[in-house]
Design a protein around this ligand. Structure first.
Ligand code: GLN
Length: 243
């Protein structure tokens, strides 16, 4: 049998702000172009899942409203599976509202306390001023990422996790400490919509390689012709950084 990876897409119908589903398309397309098949399961409200069945978990962003509505469902078992996945080193990509949901809590700007799953050591507090706009950051592996952020939540990382990267332009986690996103084992949390992966092919391949190497340790992904992806990436990069 050929190579295959399985992706769990959490709340695909509820958390899909600014086309976050495009991340799933980028992941599957970049596998298909290398002859590796993918299976994507939609894990909607009311549906349970077993983290052991998957190589990659993905959760997109949403508004405060959706995050509130989903909280009850999250606590009916998905929270435990997500924690298990995180602790066992599975690859997970979480965007904005989905990223916030992995932390301890999110206190919204209007004072509502949403207790989250605490899979990772951070918390988020909503502020009046939103961080909105195109932004860029660099991961500790040296991967430059461009994207679009729009959040009132300011995220503060605890000592048990690392930031995903350093902000080059924009707000990032909180607009104060110069960091963006979270990294813990193989979990990647970011404020970047866009969707983020199509125009950051190096970041997409980093996630795929990390996931695939858990099954096929010696695997190296073949390079692809990324002319179109890099044109999109570089256009935004130059607009932001060459001012
Ligand atoms: N509701 C969150 C905030 O405003 C997340 C928004 C988002 O996913 N773009 O901070």
């Amino acid at each position: 049998m050929g190579m295959m990876i399985k992706i769990a897409h959490l709340y695909p119908d509820m958390l899909n702000l600014y086309g976050d589903r495009g991340n799933i398309i980028a992941l599957t397309k970049r596998m298909e172009l290398r002859g590796i098949s993918t299976q994507v399961d939609r894990i909607t409200m009311g549906k349970s899942f077993n983290a052991d069945d998957y190589d990659i978990l993905f959760i997109g962003g949403g508004q405060d409203f959706e995050q509130d509505v989903l909280l009850e469902d999250l606590k009916k078992g998905k929270d435990k599976e997500i924690k298990r996945a995180v602790d066992s080193g599975k690859v997970m990509l979480a965007i904005c509202g989905g990223y916030q949901m992995l932390g301890k809590y999110y206190k919204t700007y209007d004072g509502k306390m949403l207790e989250y799953i605490g899979a990772l050591d951070f918390y988020t507090e909503g502020k009046e001023e939103r961080m909105i706009g195109n932004f860029a950051y660099k991961t500790k592996e040296g991967i430059e990422v461009v994207g679009f952020e729009n959040h009132s939540g300011k995220t503060y990382l605890g000592s048990g996790v690392s930031p995903l990267g350093k902000v080059l332009v924009g707000g990032g986690n909180n607009g104060e400490d110069g960091f963006e996103g979270v990294r813990y084992q193989n979990v990647f949390g970011t404020y970047s919509h866009g969707p983020v992966l199509p125009k950051n092919p190096a970041f997409c391949d980093h996630l795929l390689t990390t996931a695939l190497q858990q099954r096929y340790p010696a695997l190296e992904l073949q390079p692809l012709d990324d002319a179109a992806e890099l044109a999109a990436h570089n256009t935004m990069r130059d607009r932001l950084l060459k001012k």
